[in-house]
Ligand binder design. Structure first.
Ligand SMILES: C[S@@+](CC[C@H](N)C(=O)[O-])C[C@H]1O[C@@H](n2cnc3c(N)ncnc32)[C@H](O)[C@@H]1O
Length: 270
């Protein structure tokens, strides 16, 4: 039997061999940019307000980065040291053609053994962990190789996801279960791996229905499209706490032993 990882590798190879238009990742069309970048901007905002965002000085690793959508975004945002990793060599080849400034690295997100602990300031995944057979293992690997913070943008567990969300994603014969996160899962996975009371876990819940919102906005003339899309998400804002998407930041405690003062000591057993 093929493992879930082998199936995902085959699926992405097939997608890359049949699709030749990836321009939506690099387009400057304002509506597409708004829809595609919204979640990433939210994550960076969470870091910025805590004084933890310094694009020009920070290194970033993207996990399950596919053909490089998040890499292109970070690079345009001002990050100069961005590595896009993915299981699929074919996807990484497309990534290099879209943005030659990006570094690429073939990597199984469940086992990043070749990367030493605390190698990258930021480690980010978007729509990737739920393709893994062991999503929490992928997440704890991200925690291990991150020096400062991890960004996780994945489906949020909840009533709406259960009622109308996809439970099994299919691409031809390849299937993966859509693992949905919430505050409790994120918190527990973080603490059990880091053995640390002082890691900061910041899950943010929001709505994300880009296909539907994009279709709706494109019914309007070009000058109104962006406004319509923004208005839809603005209307949904008061009920973000029921949203289908998690944009989470986990901040690791300072590595510097001089600043540590027992930050990462596990709570004492009595
Ligand atoms: C839905 S795509 C998302 C790509 C990108 N994050 C984006 O949003 O455009 C999922 C990606 O996860 C990758 N993937 C699946 N399993 C993986 C694994 N075990 N390790 C690394 N990447 C994996 C696939 O090759 C694919 O590129």
């Amino acid at each position: 039997m093929k493992s879930g990882v082998d199936l995902q590798r085959a699926a992405m190879a097939e997608i890359c061999s049949t699709r030749d238009d990836w321009s939506f990742h690099v387009t400057s069309d304002p509506l597409t940019r708004f829809l595609r970048d919204r979640r990433l901007r939210t994550a960076l905002h969470i870091l910025r307000v805590r004084g933890l965002l310094e694009p020009a000085k920070q290194s970033a690793l993207i996990v399950c980065g596919g053909v490089g959508g998040e890499g292109v975004f970070l690079s345009r945002y001002g990050f100069t040291d961005v590595t896009v990793s993915d299981l699929s060599e074919e996807a990484l080849a497309v990534c290099r053609s879209l943005e030659p400034r990006l570094r690429t690295m073939p990597l199984n997100a469940e086992n990043m053994a070749e990367i030493p602990d605390s190698s990258y300031d930021l480690v980010l995944v978007q729509d990737g962990l739920h393709h893994l057979p062991r999503p929490v293992l992928g997440f704890t690997e991200m925690l291990r190789v991150a020096r400062r913070a991890v960004i996780v943008i994945e489906p949020h567990e909840g009533l709406v996801g259960r009622l109308i969300g996809t439970e099994w994603e299919r691409h031809g014969d390849v299937v993966n279960y859509v693992f949905r996160w919430n505050r409790s899962i994120l918190n527990q996975a973080t603490r059990s791996y880091l053995l640390c009371t002082r890691a900061i876990v910041l899950p943010h819940r929001m709505w994300d229905h880009n296909v539907v919102v994009g279709k709706l906005a494109r019914r309007f003339s070009e000058r109104w499209r962006l406004l319509v899309a923004k208005a839809v998400y603005q209307v949904l804002r008061p009920v973000n706490r029921l949203g289908n998407m998690m944009v989470a930041v986990v901040v690791k405690p300072d590595d510097n032993p001089a600043h540590r003062s027992g930050q990462c000591a596990a709570p004492k057993l009595s």
